[in-house]
Design a protein around this ligand. Structure first.
Ligand code: 5RP
Length: 233
């Protein structure tokens, strides 16, 4: 009898993060560092490469990731000071079969999207619990908005068929690295991004960015409960 040992979610995150670095990071690259508990393992693995002598420049997608990177000896550069980012490795909250995503439960969607757009390759690292058939069915869509007039902005969001809920922390609105608020927008039927227009959100005055990542991903590294890892391209 073969016994398959299940690994826990944290181990899956580590397996996915480390595998992505092994596969996609090469000496001399400029690397985008994602944000969250899976990207944490990416950053530690990149730090190992730096200790081995790899010459890497990194761009961080959040204040937290920058701090972790610096504490581990990684050189951080400003996105404005590089032509492009060779590869970014980041987590996600939902991944559909076409590698479209929802990101932003960790609150860093704005910088993550700017860095993804500047990257030649965006690689996503997840454990299998993040896989969905249709995005928006497992979690709400985070939308970053300016604090000024945010209640009006939320009204505009609700007219797009969702129920926006202001994200809170310690009894106050959660504030992003960019000084903005986040509305988590629940779409009761999920998001059909072929008919749903991301631009319909973007044109609402006060909306800064939303956590939909459509056609931005080169590969997804998925860790499974049985300890195996799959690369979907
Ligand atoms: C942060 C994000 C994260 O990538 C996403 O929330 C996944 O995080 P984790 O790996 O901790 O589940 O989008 O804004």
């Amino acid at each position: 009898m073969i016994t398959v040992t299940e690994v826990d979610q944290n181990q899956m995150k580590r397996i996915a993060g480390e595998k992505a670095v092994e596969e996609f990071v090469k000496d001399g690259m400029t690397v985008g560092l994602g944000t969250g508990s899976t990207a944490y393992y990416v950053i530690l693995k990149v730090a190992e490469l730096v200790k081995k002598g790899y010459n890497l420049k990194c761009v961080a997608t959040s204040v937290a990731s920058e701090k972790l990177a610096l504490e581990n000896g990684i050189t951080i550069v400003d996105l404005n000071d590089v032509d492009h980012v060779d590869v970014t490795i980041d987590g996600a909250d939902e991944v559909d079969p076409k590698m479209n995503l929802i990101k932003g439960l960790g609150g860093a969607l704005l910088r993550e999207k700017i860095v993804a757009a500047a990257s030649v390759e965006e690689i996503i690292v997840v454990d299998e619990s993040k896989l969905v058939e249709k995005i928006g069915t497992r979690c709400s869509l985070p939308v970053e908005v300016l604090p000024f007039g945010h209640v009006r902005t939320a009204f505009g969001l609700s007219r797009q068929g969702c129920e926006p809920v202001l994200r809170m922390k310690d009894g106050k609105p959660y504030v992003t690295d960019g000084g903005n608020f986040i509305y988590d927008c629940r779409f009761p039927e999920g998001i059909d991004y072929i008919s749903f227009k991301e631009s319909a959100l973007d044109v609402i005055p006060g909306v800064v960015e939303c956590g939909l990542f459509i056609n931005m991903v080169r590969a997804v590294v998925i860790a499974h409960k049985d300890g195996t890892v799959e690369i979907r391209e």
